[in-house]
Structure formats: structure tokens, C-alpha cells
Write a protein that binds this ligand. Structure first.
Ligand SMILES: NC(=O)c1ccc[n+]([C@@H]2O[C@H](COP(=O)([O-])OP(=O)(O)OC[C@H]3O[C@@H](n4cnc5c(N)ncnc54)[C@H](OP(=O)(O)O)[C@@H]3O)[C@@H](O)[C@H]2O)c1
Length: 243
């Protein structure tokens, strides 16, 4: 079993990288379970994938709530019997300088980007340990390796995702753990930036950006390897890009 037949749960699939990943993995024969808060988007995605003959289920999930993420995974198990792979992809990036003290935005990044990933891990780990197999893909960022002004808290959350993933890998040799670290990708990420300078900074960065399917292919690459091959990290930047 490479991708075909695998049950793959994806958070943050209502747009961008998560949506592109759901489409690609479904095309390759995975049974895909998608979650996010905007269920209208998920329903449209599910209809498009179903129309192409794909096998998909959609369910509302707020990754900041542990019980909600557990219900999302329980739903996937009820529909397809098990979860082979979780892609912890949901994320937010309201960039701003620390001195602006946008503490609510700091909290939101910590809750979605760190707590959300931990909630995803907690929801699948017991079953995967019991089976002695499974794959956890955590979407981090180039920001897990470098920090830029206005990105202190966002990058901190991604450094945390990197650390959690590497600890998970070391503690669980029976599982495959993958960090996918995108550079700049043209998505809705950062549409909620409230600091004008940070908005301009991101708009400039996006002048040279990947499209989300590039990251979907990186995720598919990690999933499709044989079970004895664990792709631990993939970093994907636009050619020539610094971020
Ligand atoms: N785009 C880039 O340049 C870039 C670079 C490096 C890393 N990344 C990472 O890639 C991942 C995907 O981002 P993207 O670029 O595809 O951005 P995006 O288009 O804004 O997608 C973000 C997804 O996260 C979901 N989400 C946000 N808060 C959520 C919550 N509380 N519960 C459940 N889902 C939530 C959103 O869905 P709802 O709003 O419907 O809930 C949406 O589906 C993120 O982890 C991001 O940090 C992106």
C-alpha cells in the first residue's frame, strides 16, 4: 500500500495547501477525510473530488479544541475503519512586530499552530501505537528554520512544530513522522494580517511564490514511500527564493 487505499485525515483543507493535498491524494486513490471550520468550502471540495470518482468525507473541526479533533478522527474511523495518515496542516499567520503587542493574535497562532498539531497527534497516536504503524505529517514552514521581523511568534510556533515532530519521531520508531516545511506559497495565509507593514512585507514576498500543488506533491512523496522509508523532512522553496 503506497497511497491507494490509505485513509488520510487532513486538517485545514478548506483552502490552500490542505485543499490541494486532499485533491492530489484523492486522485491517487486515498480515502480522504477533510476538516476545517468553513464547512461550505469543504462541501464544495468534497463534491469536486466525488465528481472525479474520489472517496472523500468532510467534517467541521476546530483544531484548537481537543475534543473536536478527537471527534474528527473518530468520524474518519467510523467512515473508513482506521486512520493511516494524519496531515496536521491547519495554520494561521497574523504577522506583526512584537512591540505592537497584538497578544490576541499571538494566542491564536499558539492555539492553532501548536495546540492544533498536538491535538491531531493525541487523536491518532493511541491507535497507531496499538497497530504499530501509521504516519503523522506536520506542516511546519521555512519559518521553523529562520526568523524574520514580524514573524517572531509565527516562527516560534513553527520551531515548536519542528521540535514536537522530531521528538515524536525519536520516541516512536514504529511510526513514520514527516515535517513538511514550505517556503512562500500563494494561499490565503496571512489574509488576516492587521499590521499594515507586515501586510506589505508579505505581498512583496508573494511576488515569487509556489502554488499549493507543489506542497501537495511533497506530502504525496512522503506518503507514497514504502513503509520502511520514513521521509523526516521536506523543505520546498520557490527556486531562488530565500523564504
Ligand atoms: N502559504 C505559505 O506561504 C506557507 C508557508 C509555510 C508554511 N505554511 C503552512 O501551511 C499550512 C497551510 O496554510 P495555507 O498556506 O494553505 O493557508 P490557508 O489557505 O490560509 O489555509 C489554512 C487552513 O487552516 C485552516 N484553519 C485555520 N484555523 C483553523 C482552526 N482553528 N481549526 C481548523 N482549521 C483551521 C483554515 O480553514 P478554516 O478557516 O475554514 O478553519 C484553512 O483551511 C499552515 O500550517 C501554514 O502555516 C504556509
Amino acid at each position: 500500500m503506497t497511497i491507494k487505499g490509505k485513509v488520510i485525515a487532513i486538517t485545514g483543507a478548506s483552502s490552500g495547501i490542505g485543499q490541494a493535498t486532499a485533491m492530489l491524494l484523492a486522485e491517487r486513490g486515498a480515502k480522504v477525510v477533510v476538516g476545517a471550520r468553513r464547512t461550505d468550502r469543504l462541501e464544495k471540495l468534497a463534491a469536486a473530488i466525488t465528481a472525479k470518482g474520489g472517496d472523500i468525507r468532510a467534517r467541521a473541526v476546530d483544531v484548537t479544541k481537543r475534543a473536536d479533533v478527537q471527534s474528527f478522527i473518530d468520524f474518519a474511523k467510523a467512515e473508513f475503519g482506521r486512520v493511516d495518515v494524519i496531515v496536521n496542516n491547519a495554520g494561521v499567520m497574523p504577522l506583526s512586530p512584537l512591540a505592537e503587542l497584538k497578544t490576541d493574535e499571538w494566542d491564536r497562532m499558539i492555539d492553532v499552530n501548536i495546540r492544533g498539531v498536538l491535538n491531531g497527534i493525541a487523536a491518532v497516536l493511541p491507535d497507531m501505537k496499538a497497530r504499530g504503524s501509521g504516519q503523522i505529517v506536520n506542516v511546519a514552514s521555512v519559518g521553523a528554520h529562520m526568523v524574520a521581523p514580524t514573524g517572531a511568534v509565527y516562527c516560534a510556533t513553527k520551531y515548536a512544530v519542528w521540535a514536537i515532530s522530531d521528538g515524536l519521531r525519536q520516541e516512536n520508531p514504529d511510526l513514520r513522522v514527516t515535517i513538511v516545511s514550505p517556503g512562500v506559497v500563494a494561499t490565503e495565509l496571512g489574509d488576516d494580517i492587521s499590521d499594515p507593514a507586515a501586510k506589505t512585507f508579505l505581498a512583496d514576498l508573494r511576488k515569487s511564490a509556489l502554488t499549493p500543488d507543489a506542497i501537495a506533491r511533497a506530502i504525496a512523496y512522503a506518503v507514497e514511500q514504502p513503509e520502511d522509508v520514513s521521509v523526516n523532512e521536506v523543505i520546498v522553496r520557490p527556486t531562488g527564493g530565500v523564504i
